[in-house]
Design a binder for this molecule. Sequence first.
Ligand code: MG
Ligand code: MG
Length: 278
Amino acid sequence: MIFGPRIELKSPEQLVSMRRAGLLTSAVLQAARAAAVPGATTAEVDAAAEAVITEAGAQSNFKGYQGFPAVVCISVNEEIVHGIPGDRVLESGDLVSIDGGAIIDGFHGDSALTMIVGGDGAGSGADIALSRATEKAMWVGIAAFAAGNKVSDIGDAIDDHVSGEAPDLGLIEEFTGHGIGTAMHMPPEVLNYRARSNGPKIRSGMCLAIEPMLTAGSSETTTLADDWTVVTDDGSHASHWEHSVAKHDGGVWVLTAEDGGAAGLAPFGITPVPPAVV
Ligand code: MG
Ligand code: MG
């Protein structure tokens, strides 16, 4: 992914649109999660997500993106990201990552979650721990965005957290978070690992998608012959969590979380602040 240098900073009015897109994205993912039951095909899960977008009179930012054929990516077990919905039948205990988004008023939302098909009781302890660790890594990154000075503080915090708390898990480096706004993928690139460059400063009006991916084994990846689905080289399972977040004059707000990130940020002593209503 090549990014140009310009970072789009949102006005208060534009943040209102970003919040609308974020809330719709949250609803899209919740519908997909509810449809991802044992026996359902991944195409049926995609259809449930698409119905929410259609009903809202909004547009998908995934369908047609570089030819992607669906409104969500569904990645199962050893698939990390970009799985294409289709005939695959979900089984109880599958570890499933769902990544989706939507466009409202020309502004984009982007979010991902990982779940166990049939509920946590159906899953392996290792899969549940992997998903929880990945979700935690995402919140560590969001907290660094809230409290940090530079975009690179996010990757530093995620990397340090994973190396310290979950050193046996693989941290994917080939895929990154990104700026988001009038396009789904915009500058800056948001690394999930510690790198030498400092990157740009975190500024009011900045909106980012923060999205770590962890595996239970190797961090080496392969893209399948469908040119989309990314799997772990060693067959270990993978998890992906993502939120779109905004920095504004009052603080930080998680655009794709219904509670604005209140629950996820509470352990860090951070209270999210909604953007001003304009
Ligand atoms: Mg995404
Ligand atoms: Mg993204």
